[in-house]
Write a protein that binds this ligand. Structure first.
Ligand SMILES: *[C@@H]1O[C@H](CO)[C@@H](O)[C@H](O)[C@H]1NC(C)=O
Ligand SMILES: *[C@@H]1O[C@H](CO)[C@@H](O)[C@H](O)[C@H]1NC(C)=O
Length: 204
């Protein structure tokens, strides 16, 4: 492997960011509610998105920009349905979670099918674009037909993650996604590629 490729690889794993997304958590109030917290994220290849399920029945299911309340035709990501004790506080430790790895920066559209409030805003935009904006995605959701939650969609943990109460990634003070975006921000306008180039230049 060329040194440049090696440096890039090492850096990309060193800088891999974990995005913690609360499902069934209202991002404006911070309380249990409709949708995802946060509802818009911009991960890059190598980053992970951890869906953490709040009280009630929720699922994270891949969909399309045009018809957000219908699962992606022919599959796509489906976390399965999680039924979490509704008496648990919103950021209780040990909430069940499912993780996906991001391979590129193409948009990924997600909705909370089991939550049943897709049209009311139960949607998540991963890497929206200039033309496919989060606002338009929400508008599309409001007008979208709603697919019934079939038995097929219901079994837990079709995803790569663990179905059971998983790795305790969610104590209230453990704001990983926050720290992570702070890290990303500290790199600032230079961007990761710029950092790689600078390091490579410095090392030869
Ligand atoms: C990324 O690639 C892996 C391995 O091919 C795959 O399992 C995973 O589903 C992909 N992630 C997404 C978000 O498509
Ligand atoms: C993490 O930070 C975000 C943004 O400030 C906030 O909305 C969210 O509630 C925080 N999560 C936890 C677990 O503190």
């Amino acid at each position: 492997m060329k040194p440049v490729a090696l440096v890039a690889l090492l850096l990309s794993s060193a800088f891999a960011v974990e995005y913690l997304v609360g499902v069934g958590k209202d991002e404006t109030t911070g309380k249990k509610g409709i949708g995802f917290d946060p509802s818009v994220i911009h991960p890059i290849a190598g980053d992970t998105v951890v869906f953490e399920f709040r009280g009630g029945a929720h699922s994270a299911v891949q969909t399309t920009f045009e018809t957000p309340c219908v699962p992606l035709d022919g599959g796509g990501f489906n976390s399965g349905v999680f039924n979490v004790d509704t008496s648990l506080p919103v950021d209780a430790p040990g909430l069940p979670s499912v993780q996906i790895t991001i391979n590129d920066t193409n948009p990924i559209w997600i909705f909370d099918q089991a939550g049943g409030q897709c049209q009311q805003g139960g949607v998540l935009a991963i890497n929206p674009t200039q033309t496919q904006t989060p606002a338009q995605y929400k508008e599309n959701a409001a007008k979208s037909p709603v697919a019934p939650l079939t038995k097929d969609a219901a079994p837990s943990a079709t995803a790569s993650g663990s179905g059971a109460p998983a790795e305790a990634s969610g104590s209230a003070n453990d704001n990983k996604s926050n720290g992570a975006s702070g890290l990303r921000m500290s790199i600032g306008g230079v961007g990761l590629a710029g950092v790689v180039m600078a390091l490579v230049a410095g090392s030869v």
